[in-house]
Design a protein around this ligand. Structure first.
Ligand SMILES: [Zn+2]
Length: 281
């Protein structure tokens, strides 16, 4: 009887130890594009959990108790910046803002000129400038995989250069067009590929525009002879529809975050670039 008891105890202890080790093996990426980027370098090392579910804006997300537990039990948490994921800054120790790993001259500002623009992933070459630092950081958490990370990082950088070339060609016919967004989520891409930023319905996500702001925006859409404006699946489509109607333009959808059916970072960016061409050509 005693023997069985000890056997059970050993079994129980080894199970819980395994669970703890497994738990400590995973990485949290706050949003889906960050998961796609980290996955390119990490490959099959560690499991990457995406925290903010598809369809929800990271600006407006509120973590549940189970999310906080997931964060606390992870090996490391990657997020974009305090501007995007302010809810993450409290109590979570093992977190790294990817924007802090970017070279200083690559970081852009929101239209107010003061707030850091967290949506760096919309430009592949900004992502390129992050890859080596991110690879080193990942290697400190998973030293046994560091050689594999270096190899994966090189492959990813090659893919990013190819993607940049493809985008230059694809977007050339609509270069210099004005882009009106739901919120300033694509400024990195807009600036890299030579678009003009027209404005956004919500300059600060979650804060509804006033009637005066809307009428100024409508006027600018008309003045610039822009053919289409863009909504986003995570934000209020109703206002976007109303603005498009008032300005007499088409409404298309850009998605800075993507969802599970998008399998790679390149796929996410190309999908949006194709929408820009279709809408503005
Ligand atoms: Zn945003």
């Amino acid at each position: 009887m005693r023997k069985i008891f000890f056997l059970l105890l050993i079994l129980l202890l080894s199970c819980s130890r395994n669970q703890i080790e497994q738990r400590k093996d995973y990485i949290v990426a706050s949003n889906y594009p960050l998961k796609l980027i980290i996955q390119e370098i990490a490959g099959d090392t560690g499991i990457i959990h995406c925290l903010v579910p598809p369809g929800i804006s990271p600006h407006l997300f509120e973590p549940k108790v189970s999310d906080i537990q997931k964060l606390e039990n992870s090996k490391v948490v990657f997020y974009a910046s305090n501007e995007l994921e302010g809810w993450l800054t409290k109590n979570i120790q093992n977190k790294i803002a990817l924007i802090s790993l970017l070279p200083k001259d690559k970081v852009k500002f929101m239209p107010d000129g003061k707030t850091l623009d967290p949506h760096f992933w919309t430009d592949p070459m900004t992502v390129y400038s992050l890859v080596d630092t991110l690879t080193n950081v990942l290697a400190t958490y998973f030293p046994q995989s560091s050689n594999k990370f270096i190899q994966n990082a090189q492959n990813f950088k090659n893919k990013l250069i190819e993607l940049d070339k493809e985008l230059q060609e694809l977007l050339a016919p609509v270069k210099n067009r004005y882009v009106f967004l739901y919120h300033p989520s694509f400024l990195y891409l807009i600036s890299r590929y030579g678009f003009n930023y027209g404005g956004s319905i919500e300059e600060i996500p979650g804060s509804e525009p006033t009637p005066l702001q809307i009428s100024k925006l409508v006027q600018k859409i008309k003045e610039t002879k822009t053919k289409a404006i863009f909504s986003e699946p995570q934000l209020n489509n109703y206002t976007a529809k109303a603005v498009a109607e008032m300005a007499g333009v088409e409404l298309y959808e850009l998605d800075p975050l993507g969802s599970e059916e998008i399998k790679s970072y390149s796929e996410l960016i190309l999908k949006n670039a194709k929408t820009l061409v279709e809408a503005l050509k």
